[in-house]
Ligand binder design. Sequence first.
Ligand code: CP
Length: 316
Amino acid sequence: MEHLLGIADLSRAQIERLLDEAASFAGTTGRVETAPLAGAVVANLFLEPSTRTRVSFEVAAKRLGGDVVNIAAAASSVVKGETLLDTAKTLDAMGPDVLVIRHAFAGAAEYLSKRVRAAVVNAGDGQHEHPTQALLDALTIRRVKRTLQRKVITIVGDIRHSRVARSGILCFAKLGAHVRVCGPATLIPPGIEKLGCTVVRGIEKAVKDADVVMCLRIQNERMTEAFVASTREYATGWRVNAERLALAKPDAIVLHPGPMNRGVEITGDVADSAQSMITDQVEHGVMVRMAVLRTLVAHRRGAKVARPRLIGGGGG
Ligand code: CP
């Protein structure tokens, strides 16, 4: 694995290998003794807001003995008009092993992967993909349900603008799950079934007998027009509450990638219930990102990625 750009690029075997490795990090709190990232630098370039993803990449790299630099849009030369490519090439010239990128442009990670020497990880590109989120969600399901094979996973909410939904559908379907999506008709993109899911009209029908219910927030930051009449009407029609969750299997679990809007897509009692895996998802995010970083750095070291040579350098 040279880069991690999307779940679409991964085979089932690759996904399972990453999940197995992530699971092996369970219970790790301090630095891993073997420090597989010793001497490696991870650059976190986040040009969209993030709490969970950015911090967990940093914690993951540090647990593996690597060094981390964090670059946020507001504190970078992006605000002076520097392009994404010039910013990325500037960072790349300092020799990081991994460049973790979050950007509003769908395709940003793939674009950079062809133009920098570092391994590129997509930490969310517009409405396109968020592969490490899908992997941590799959790990969460696998650790509770043992397997995703034949499990019914219902994703409720703003499917149209959600990179979490796209990566999740691809990942869960590759692992053998039956994926249902539901939400207001305006928030279900045409052709979504091609990713490996079924569109179900009505939340009650979609949640019925599900093993997993994933709630997604409305992605207002990606909307250019009104897709729902009002937040209150959305909540009435699509919020996952205790009554709706009771239609799922009695041992169903609830996922939410965060950040959540309590009372809108999920009620507080469901978010804080014993069925909620929301804080487990965060914990699993660190484990998955450890597995991804270790795999990418090991690949680079095995492949002996060339550094450019300076003509006439070296002194002496
Ligand atoms: N789930 C997720 O990507 O959260 P952040 O935006 O906080 O990173």
